[in-house]
Design a protein around this ligand. Sequence first.
Ligand code: PMP
Length: 298
Amino acid sequence: MFAKFIWLDGELVEWSEATVHVSIHGLHYGIGFFEGIRCHATDRGTVAFRLSDHLNRLARSAAVYNLQLPYSTEQLARACADVVRANGLGDCYLRPIVFLGEGPNPLRAPLRTAVIPSEHGPLNGHPANRGVTAHISSFQRITANSLPPAAKATGQYLNAFLAQSEAIRSGCDEAIMLNPDGYVADGWVHNVFIVRGGVLATPPPTSGALSGITRDSVMALAAARGVRVVEENLVRSDLYLAQECFLTGTAAGIVPVVSVDGRRIGTGEPGELTGSLTADLHRAIHDAVRPDWLEDVT
Ligand code: PMP
C-alpha cells in the first residue's frame, strides 16, 4: 500500500475500504475510462503535469461512448488535489478512473469514479535509458469503427494486452501495432516517433494512435528546438530505416527504441535527438518551462 486514502465517488476513503462489488458492469464488460497523471514535488508544492488536458481527455473518452462523467473536470481536478493533500504526496502517479457500476441494466447503471494514487505508475522499472527492442505485433490496433482509439477506455486494453504479452513471449520489450491498412498506429501504451532526415515524424490520430499528452508535449518541445515535426502515416519499413525511434507515454516518458523486428535502428544506441527531447521533457515536467503545463495540486 502506497497511500492511506483513495477518492471514491465524492469522498476520501481509507485505501482498504475503497472496494467495489464483483457484479459491477465495468468489470464484466470492460466499460470504463481512465487517465494516468504524473505529479512532482516542487518548491511551490506538488504539481500535476497537464492535469486539465488529462481530465478533458477523460471527458472526451466518455463522450465517444455517449456517456457523461459524473463529475465536472473542475471537480475531478479538486479530487486529484484532495488525494495528493490527504496523503501528503509529492512525486506520484494519479489514476482517475470512471467505470460502470452495479444495477439490473448495464445500459442504465451508474458510473462510479475513483482517483487512485501510486508511487511510480504502472511501468516502473522500464529499461528505458538503455533503449528497448520492439517488434511489430501480429495483433492489429483497434479501429474507429470497432473500439474508437480516440477514447482511453478500459476494455480497449485487451488489445494492448494481446500485443504486449506476445512481444514479451517473443523475447521483445515492446509491441508496436499497425492498423488494418498496414500503417503504424501505436505502441501498446505508447505513441511512436521516428527521426528521419532530421525531421521528427509520428502517425496521425487517424492511424489509430491515441492523442497522447506526452506525444503532444514532445511535438511542442521539438518544434521549440527548431526541429521540423510532421504527423504522417508510416509503414513498418519507415521504422526499420529510421535514424532514431522512440516511444512516449506518461508513465514511461520517452523510451528509446534500439531495434525493430531485429533491425538495428541508427547506431543501435539511443539517438541524439531522443536524448535532447528526454532532457527537455524532464525539465518541462519538473520546472516551469511551460508554466501552463504544471498545475498545482496542493
Ligand atoms: N497510446 C496508448 C494506446 C496509450 O494507452 C497511452 C497511454 N495513455 C499512450 C499512447 C500515451 O499517452 P500519454 O502520453 O497521454 O500517456
